[in-house]
Design a protein around this ligand. Sequence first.
Ligand code: PHE
Length: 452
Amino acid sequence: MASTARDGFTSTFGVFLATVGSAVGLGNIWKFPSLTGTNGGAGFLLVYLLATLLVGLPVMIVETMLGRAARANAITTFEREAPKGQWWWKSIGWMGFAAALFILAFYSDVAGWVYAYVFKAAFGELTTTDPKAAASIFGGLVSSPGTSVFWQAVVLVVTGAIIMLGVARGIEAVARKLMPLLFLLLLVLCVRSLTLPGSAEGLAFLFRPDFSKITPGVILTALGLAFFKLSVGMGTMLTYGSYFRENQNIPGTTARVMLADLSISLLAGIAIFPAVFAFGFEPASGPSLVFMTIPAVFTSMPGGTLFMTIFFFLTAIASVGAMLSLLEVPVAILAERYGFGRKQAALCTILAVAVFGIPAALSNSVTADLKLFGLNPFDLFDFLSSNVLLPLGGILICLFVGWIYGLPQLRDQLSNHGDLSNAPVINAVFFLVRYVTPLSIAVVLLHGLKVF
Ligand code: PHE
């Protein structure tokens, strides 16, 4: 347990697993392939890699550090760590609160599709390699208002129930057991996908960059994905950091989480794109890509129905780990600042998510034409969170650590008060978050949003 009276993760390896549990989710299996497909493939992947290493990882390190230093939620942390009178830093926590609700609004919707696909797979409704048939199965699910809201409700009830069990028992237990299995199944999928006739084109799409496709908008999307993947820029890593152990090596742990997360995304990419080209799917088909292609790959292998069912089940579990970590941001704020019990806080958050989430779930039917900035509710929540709030939160966290918190304190925290000899790493992180990261995010954000 952590040294304070707050609940905390119970072992250093448990910390790693729970953090992987937050990072690995629909972002890997669903968002990464769908964005890579719509943004032109390899060029996007390259920018995403750079954004993860130069921006995502440094932000992850300092965000986690702040949480562990203050041992508090995303708002109270800035109250404790900012100099007296500089109350405005707290707004980072409030932005995180909002981002958590927006992300959960569309995330619960996609998770609902995954839950539904577990049953569809089990009943053998997904055994097709024909793009038209696959598209009509997916279309039938998302365009039915009743069905989409029903599955979203199931997701919210399941996740709410788990979070009420508490940090250590709930999150660790779920995260610990199932990620290795998902990894194995993805490997199997990769082998099948790569041995399909015509798969080479998919590999080229994924790994041979066409630099003309890299526009400011594409760069912003890649940056947003890097934040989203590592669960940074909105207080999740900060809140998880507050449950980290005193002797946890933060740069080491976060780097390993980043590598694990990246490997799963790449495996998902290698499982999907060769098959996309082999079967004649459209790489730019967006959110439906995974739901059409993965069943096709399973269909073309022995025991497909069984493995397909297990795959969607494990993806559903992966989504739970990520959703728990998203919920943890508002829940910790409500519990620690406003005296809510954990159960009450979880319940209120779930209800708030439903308010935003139902319009998102209806985006392929009832609310399809309800547009703001040309985006339906689903796309709007996605865009606002990944492409605006997370990068903005990232800039502010970096500015706070680079210019207010300062190197001596950062050094003390990241070396565990001198126990670790990692000075070069700390100096590099400091240089990055003081200059490189905030500047590059600002340029990408302003360009991507067409401010200049
Ligand atoms: N990283 C998670 C995923 O890839 C999503 C997430 C974003 C979780 C932000 C927490 C905070 O699915």
